[in-house]
Design a binder for this molecule. Sequence first.
Ligand code: AMP
Length: 188
Amino acid sequence: MSNKSICIFCGARSGIRAEWGSFAKDLGAKLGKDGWELIFGGGRWGLMGELAESVQKNGGAVTGIITENLLKVEPLLHNLDEVIVTQTLSERKARMISMANIVLVLPGGLGTLDEFFEVLTLNQLGIVKKSVVIVNIFNYFDNLLKFLDKAVLEGFMLEDHRSSLITCASLEQVLKELNAIRFPEKSS
Ligand code: AMP
């Protein structure tokens, strides 16, 4: 695994604001130019496709991980450096997370939320140890973050688990976090 490997979970739709797509493209361009290897869901649609295509256009390597069933409904992005086909969604998530040193979550729908909670719960159980950055652009995740605060207040979640989640609200903040990351010698 490359040290600069990043897994990004985000929507297979683009959302109604053009700004989300612009953000995904700008982030992809920075990642490509900075030599990151992107691990993502493989699809051509939505923010996923826009981000990954921008990484490709800017010289970054891109690996797509998709299930056999999803391949029939979500077309793959062209010219992927590597395509990994899994049998189940669980296997897909596990591969995506294990292949990256950092996980970023951008706006998305149920699939993205499922993936977000997967990496948080694997971290909580100590099964993996990944930095997780939630990209709260245009306040998309405000209510979700408030809910996590409530889970801590009500005694259902440890403060340590809440505070380990990194929140960014701009591209500059994301890039700052990426620069600050100290990668482990060997990651789980
Ligand atoms: P979404 O955020 O719903 O647009 O989905 C983003 C990606 O996650 C797409 O590739 C979905 O097919 C995928 N996905 C992963 N797990 C799930 C799940 N449990 N439910 C729906 N979509 C999922």
